[in-house]
Design a protein around this ligand. Structure first.
Ligand code: DQA
Length: 140
């Protein structure tokens, strides 16, 4: 199977921003680990990060027939992007939502999530392990 790990706004700062919340590993380090994890399980994976909402929508739109699943951490877009929500609803590619932190244990605005309803499932609060669990959910 082939997967896309899609990270949204500010996730490129992982490893340097709020390390106590998001961890000390960079996104490149996390992605290298995910690549090895997919390879070891006989799967392919691509990575894409953008701080631009429209670019994330374009990746989701183009996923049909290319990817068997998307693992999506949309960052703060999670809490208000109807555009990303509609892009997920527009395709048949299953999307599993991931958050490094437990958004329910944080500020009230993070408890609003406009994406979950159109996702296959959601994993949050387990740091980078969440991406692995999300990937595994596609093949286990
Ligand atoms: C996040 C949680 C969001 O609330 C926040 O805006 C992020 C990262 C997470 O992975 O925990 O940028 O998606």
């Amino acid at each position: 199977m082939k997967f896309l790990v899609l990270n949204g706004v500010n996730l490129n700062m992982t490893g340097t921003r709020e390390k106590g919340v998001y961890g000390a590993e960079t996104l490149d380090e996390i992605n290298a680990d995910l690549k090895a994890f997919c390879r070891a399980n006989g799967h392919e994976v691509d990575f894409y990060q953008s701080n631009l909402e429209g670019e994330l929508c374009a990746q989701i739109q183009q996923s049909t027939g290319v990817y068997d699943g998307i693992v999506l951490n949309a960052g703060a877009f999670t809490h208000y992007s109807y555009a990303i929500r509609d892009a997920i609803a527009a395709v048949t590619t299953p999307v599993v939502e991931v958050h490094l932190s437990n958004v329910f244990a944080r500020e009230a605005f993070r408890r609003t999530d406009v994406l979950t309803e159109v996702c296959r499932g959601e994993i949050l609060g387990f740091g980078k392990l969440g991406y692995k669990l999300a990937l595994e959910s596609f093949w286990l």
